[in-house]
Design a protein around this ligand. Structure first.
Ligand SMILES: Nc1ncnc2c1ncn2[C@@H]1O[C@H](COP(=O)(O)OP(=O)(O)OP(=O)(O)O)[C@@H](O)[C@H]1O
Ligand SMILES: [Mg+2]
Length: 248
């Protein structure tokens, strides 16, 4: 059984074929990197998988369950998590409050949002544990907008983990980061629990090859190549379309 399977997935925007007949099967625990130049359809693929967009054709299955027609929140409840290409932190809230909101959203007591958070010490403990685990506890009281861009990306990854996803979609988590920040975000993703299946859009070829079990190359909405990192590195078509597109 695949953790995530998409079958003949297509999406048109007017006359534009953003995604055409894409078929993928991601094994449980796999790290799959989606490579491809700007406009290849990578984010569209994520939007279809998470349900933000409806497909023109095709099916999506999460652990063998057909989720093609489920709303995004229903897919999230089945264990599908994601981060976005642009930052989604609440800039004025502290790191702790951002994490608490995510932890709260994943907790069965979330229906009681109006009650003071002090009423739920276990939420705070969980948030502290997460921040400690990823070495950000000393930044807990800093407003998110005061963090470096790399730290913001790390907090976003913590928010995604806070929901305890079974399948996690990461849209260019290292975009716009310095080489040092890129290295620490890549190292963090490398330490994610191995039972979480990860689908990662990544422009940085080094990061992609370091983290991936397998790579899928998208080009103009279709799958151009798929295979292990060793196979993809040797693929002449990949080198050709990828030259000059690594800096976004
Ligand atoms: N909501 C939309 N309406 C119309 N066209 C769209 C929409 N979303 C995406 N597109 C188009 O679909 C194509 C694929 O876009 P997409 O954002 O999926 O590419 P991408 O591979 O994520 O690119 P990037 O590397 O720049 O993030 C592009 O031509 C884009 O302009
Ligand atoms: Mg994109």
């Amino acid at each position: 059984m695949s953790a995530l399977a998409v079958d003949g997935l297509s999406r048109d925007f007017g006359g534009l074929r953003a995604l055409h007949q894409v078929t993928l099967a991601i094994e449980p625990g796999e790290r799959r990197v989606i490579l491809g130049p700007n406009g290849a359809g990578k984010t569209t693929l994520f939007n279809l998988i998470t349900g933000l967009l409806a497909p023109t054709a095709g099916r999506i299955r999460l652990f063998d369950r057909d989720v093609t027609r489920l709303a995004p929140h229903a897919r999230a409840q089945l264990g599908l998590g994601r981060t976005f290409q642009i930052t989604t932190l609440f800039p004025k809230l502290s790191v702790m409050d951002n994490v608490l909101l995510a932890v709260q959203g994943a907790d069965p007591v979330r229906f009681a949002l109006h009650r003071p958070r002090a009423a739920y010490p276990h939420l705070r403990e969980r948030a502290e544990r997460l921040l400690g685990q990823w070495d950000l506890l000393d930044r807990a009281e800093v407003p998110a907008r005061r963090l470096s861009y790399g730290e913001q990306r790390q907090v976003e990854l913590i928010l995604a983990l806070a929901t305890e996803p079974r399948v996690l979609l990461l849209d260019e988590p290292t975009a716009g980061l310095s080489p040092a920040e890129t290295a620490s975000v890549a190292a963090m993703i490398g330490r994610f629990p191995r039972d979480v299946t990860i689908l990662l859009i990544e422009h940085d070829m080094d990061v992609a090859l370091e983290l991936a079990d397998r790579v899928t190359v998208l080009h103009q909405g279709v799958v151009l190549a798929e295979g292990t990192t060793a196979v993809i590195k040797k693929d002449a078509r990949v080198t050709e379309i990828y030259l000059g597109t690594e800096s976004d």
